[in-house]
Write a protein that binds this ligand. Structure first.
Ligand code: HPA
Length: 273
């Protein structure tokens, strides 16, 4: 396999031929959040299947695409669909698009995801601004030989989510009168949802929400010095007295219902960057 830097350079050159502008911000749209793409004045769409060195999708009909265009007067690149570790991709494959967006020139990364709530004050449909994460239950994407062209061997993780961007999001949410929870995102590999005992453990360990994406992406972004802001939609509740069966359908439904609020915040955030 070719060296990661070589792959990134090759893919960047290829994309620049299709779309010569430099996006200022990159956005990753999580499960059930694809509609946000409708807010973008689209200039170019490239299916993942066309992009050299991109992982090949394991899910039929869900290959996803990169969307280039303008939002709130800013050049943007959005990933409609992300790659998850539970799908069988390596951490390097999962994070390739994040590294690529940095190579394309983005200066800020905005992430969204669906997550299970383990903070007992949370309700289904809440938005949670991620202020920190716990990565112990995932595979760190920086394991192995470090590539100093991308970043340092031992990246500092004291502020993985930009405090300045968090402040902006909180102000925007308040001005739009959109309630915003804050908390710690606990990363897991999935694909099983958690057992009752696991949700409880995550709560005890300091998680407010748990999810199967985002953390590996954030780690490579921090490695490259890319500021990150991330919001979870709480799609289900892990800690409940009553029956607690969780389905993928209900996760998608709750995410779609909350999407207009998330979109409004992202749109305003991009305007204020
Ligand atoms: N657990 C893990 N990942 C999730 C959940 C959950 O409860 N909900 C949405 N993604």
């Amino acid at each position: 396999m070719a060296d990661i830097i070589q792959q990134l350079e090759e893919t960047t050159t290829w994309i620049k031929k299709q779309y010569p502008h430099t996006p200022f911000v990159g956005v990753v749209l999580g499960s059930g959040l694809g509609n946000f793409a409708g807010e973008i004045k689209v200039e170019k769409e490239i299916p993942y299947t066309d992009i050299p060195n991109f992982p090949v999708s394991t899910v039929e009909g869900h290959s996803g695409k990169l969307i280039f265009g303008e939002l709130s007067g800013r050049k943007i690149v959005a990933m409609a669909g992300r790659f998850h570790f539970y799908e069988g991709y390596t951490p390097e494959q999962v994070t390739f698009p994040i590294r690529l967006m940095k190579y394309l020139g983005i200066q800020i990364l905005i992430l969204s995801n669906a997550a299970g709530g383990v903070n007992t004050a949370f309700k289904v449909g809440d938005l949670m601004l991620i202020k920190d994460h716990i990565s112990l239950a995932i595979v760190n994407p920086l394991l192995g030989k470090n590539n100093t062209e991308l970043g340092p061997r031992f990246p500092d993780m004291s502020e993985p989510y930009s405090k300045e961007l968090q402040k902006k999001v909180k102000n925007i949410a308040a001005s739009l009168q959109i309630p915003m929870q804050e908390g710690v995102y606990f990363g897991v590999t999935g694909p099983t949802f958690e057992t009752r005992a696991e949700y409880k453990m995550i709560h005890i360990l300091g998680g407010d929400a748990v999810g199967m994406s985002t953390v590996q992406e954030v780690i490579v972004a921090v490695h490259m010095g890319l500021p990150v802001v991330a919001i979870s939609i709480i799609t289900d509740l892990g800690i409940r007295e009553e029956d607690n069966v969780i389905t993928h359908e209900e996760v998608l439904e709750a995410a779609a219902a909350a999407e207009p609020r998330l979109s409004a915040i992202f749109k305003q955030l991009v305007a204020e960057l």
